[in-house]
Design a binder for this molecule. Structure first.
Ligand code: OAD
Length: 261
């Protein structure tokens, strides 16, 4: 693949990239949507009907994410390394609500489906860092209102975040890579079509198995994210001749940021 080093790379990630960090995906064999019904835990209507049940679902997810054994894996780390090394810039657009890209060192990350470690006040609209359980008595740190805090998550039927910025990046990028997503949920599943329609960028799918949109990509690599993503990043960096030099700086960066990065 011949790419200009000056071109922007957009990487769309999904639950598959975090699977080997110990977080469950949604639609695989042990996926969350086989245990829980979307209509009962991930819609505004569910929250209106039974807020405690919805909060409990996200409390479980938040506790899981904060478990000490859950850490960024080699795929998250490889994308952070790519961002540090690629002259044209890298934007990660993630459907994931975990913070593993940030913990790995990625700086340009757009969470289109929200963030588990944030909560939003329905009274004043403030969005706050939130690492403990949410309950019906949770108080907004900004306005003091009790009982109006909800997870800062985009539920089914709600509009994803950052769509304008994403659209702008899709129009500008020269490489679009989808990692670990089943391509079952729109608008993210349609990003590859958008990029293809613009005709400027190369498109690559990296996934455990072909997704619902695999036929739309120019190139496809299948296998666990911890294997295919680092190999793909290595290939990209080798192309611009920066691999060895950048590897050195990646190792230094990682050391200075501590064990989790
Ligand atoms: P899915 O659970 O739908 O798909 C996960 C994808 O990751 C599948 O294609 C798997 O084959 C792949 N996969 C699993 N393990 C992998 C591994 N170790 N390495 C690489 N790939 C692996 O998750 P998403 O596509 O992210 O939205 O789901 C999209 C949205 O649907 C989520 O953001 C969530 C969900 O409902 C909301 O909750 C709003």
């Amino acid at each position: 693949m011949r790419l200009s080093p000056e071109g922007l790379i957009v990487v769309l990630t999904g639950a598959g990239i975090s699977a080997e960090s110990g977080l469950r995906t949604f639609r695989d064999q042990d996926g969350l949507w086989y245990e829980f019904r979307i209509e009962e835990v991930a819609t505004p209507e569910a929250f209106a009907r039974d807020p405690a049940k919805v909060l409990d679902f996200y409390n479980q997810r938040r506790r899981g994410l904060l478990a000490p054994e859950v850490r960024p894996n080699a795929a998250h780390l490889a994308l952070a390394r790519l961002e540090r090394s690629w002259p044209g810039g890298v934007l990660v657009v993630t459907q994931n609500v975990d913070d593993l890209h940030e913990r790995a060192g990625s700086r340009r990350v757009l969470h289109m489906h929200g963030e588990l470690l944030k909560a939003r006040c329905l009274a004043c609209g403030a969005v706050c860092e939130w690492r403990r359980d949410l309950d019906l008595e949770s108080r907004c740190p900004a306005c003091g209102t009790v009982g109006r805090m909800r997870p800062h998550i985009v539920w089914f039927g709600e509009i994803p975040f950052h769509l304008e910025d994403i659209e702008e990046a899709l129009a500008r990028c020269t490489l679009f890579v989808a990692v670990g997503t089943s391509a079952e949920v729109y608008p993210a599943a349609g990003f590859v079509d958008r990029v293809k329609a613009l005709g400027r960028a190369c498109t690559v799918e990296l996934n455990l198995e072909p997704s619902a949109k695999s036929h739309c990509f120019d190139d496809r690599r299948y296998g666990p994210a911890t294997r295919v993503v680092p190999a793909f990043v290595e290939e990209l960096l080798a192309e611009i001749g920066g691999s060895r030099e950048q590897q050195g700086s990646a190792v230094r960066d990682r050391r200075s940021r501590g064990p989790d990065r």
